[in-house]
Write a protein that binds this ligand. Structure first.
Ligand code: C2E
Ligand code: MG
Ligand code: MG
Ligand code: MG
Length: 276
């Protein structure tokens, strides 16, 4: 009996894996076409100053409008990273978000800053895509740019990464650690890299005031950051209680559904102007 069910489940496993890899291959082909046809778009999520509530910045988040509905980056970014498409995506997101913000800023009293996510892949490679991406960032614009990277990038600490990040820092680009706290791997990179800010992962923010460990972790991150003189953005703020806790504990910036979901260009423009 045991043997039989064991074999059956193995068969099921291989079939499911095969199916998954076929689906992934199909998705990959569609993604290549979507990139070639310029179908990926960028949404913008407001980032507000915690104390004043003013929109000061936004995070560019890539979206794929697919005939079966929108596909989120968590589905296609891993495939893009695996199959060498991520650099093209990061480049097109950077280009279109810079263009959008540049234009939007001309109509605003106070210009907004921009945060873009960058794959570890891009920072480890010295190929044409990475060079083009760098040139784009070094170009003169009215937009203050922050790149969001994960701890993994800094922990690996390759010469290549160092070189690119130094170059970016010199060009005035700020560095934020995304999903801070989830990839805990020591803190020594703070002394090796010019980190400007950390983004507290939303898994901690969600449990603020509910679970004491997560609450203590957030308090500790805020204390650490103030000692290191770096800014803190709280991600995934969904309730007024969370926002209130973060304000009281002197978190610098808030981002999350409580303020706004990621918005299309038009909706973001409306959001910003209605709040100005
Ligand atoms: P991330 O950089 O940590 O982005 C924050 C994610 O949290 C976004 O998911 C955002 O929509 C979501 N979020 C924001 N506020 C809330 C909230 O209050 N509650 C909840 N439940 N979620 C919230 P999204 O847009 O699906 O992006 C997922 C991840 O994909 C990003 O995580 C980032 O790592 C990656 N990504 C997105 N755009 C790009 C890109 O252009 N290039 C690269 N390399 N990665 C990207
Ligand atoms: Mg991010
Ligand atoms: Mg994050
Ligand atoms: Mg994330």
């Amino acid at each position: 009996e045991v043997k039989k069910s064991g074999r059956n489940s193995w068969q099921f496993y291989t079939t499911a894996m095969q199916l998954e890899s076929e689906q992934k291959h199909h998705l990959y082909n569609e993604l290549v076409m979507a990139i070639d046809n310029n179908q990926l778009t960028v949404f913008y999520q407001p980032i507000v100053d915690a104390a004043s509530g003013r929109v000061v910045s936004c995070e560019a988040l890539v979206r794929w409008p697919h005939e079966e509905g929108w596909i989120g980056p968590d589905t296609f970014i891993p495939i893009a990273e695996e199959r060498g498409l991520i650099n093209r995506i990061d480049l097109l997101v950077l280009r279109s978000s810079l263009q959008f913000l540049n234009e939007l800023n001309t109509s605003l009293e106070r210009p907004l800053a921009l945060s873009v996510n960058v794959s570890p892949r891009l920072l480890h490679l010295r190929d044409d895509d990475a060079q083009e991406w760098l040139r784009e960032l070094e170009r003169e614009t009215t937009v203050r740019v922050t790149i969001e990277i994960t701890e993994r990038v800094l922990v690996e600490d390759s010469d290549q990464t160092h070189k690119i990040l130094d170059q970016l820092h010199e060009a005035g680009v700020q560095i934020a650690i995304d999903d801070f706290g989830t990839g805990y791997s020591g803190l020594s990179y703070f002394s090796r890299f010019p980190v400007s800010s950390v983004k507290i992962d939303r898994s901690f923010v969600q449990d603020l005031g509910v679970k004491s460990t997560e609450t203590t972790l957030v308090e500790t991150i805020l204390l650490l950051a103030s000692k290191l003189n770096i800014k803190v953005v709280a991600e995934g703020v969904e309730t007024e209680q969370q926002a209130e806790f973060l304000r009281l504990n002197r978190c610098d910036f808030l981002q999350g559904y409580h303020i706004s979901k990621p918005l299309s260009e038009q909706d973001f423009r409306d959001f910003v102007t209605s709040r100005a």
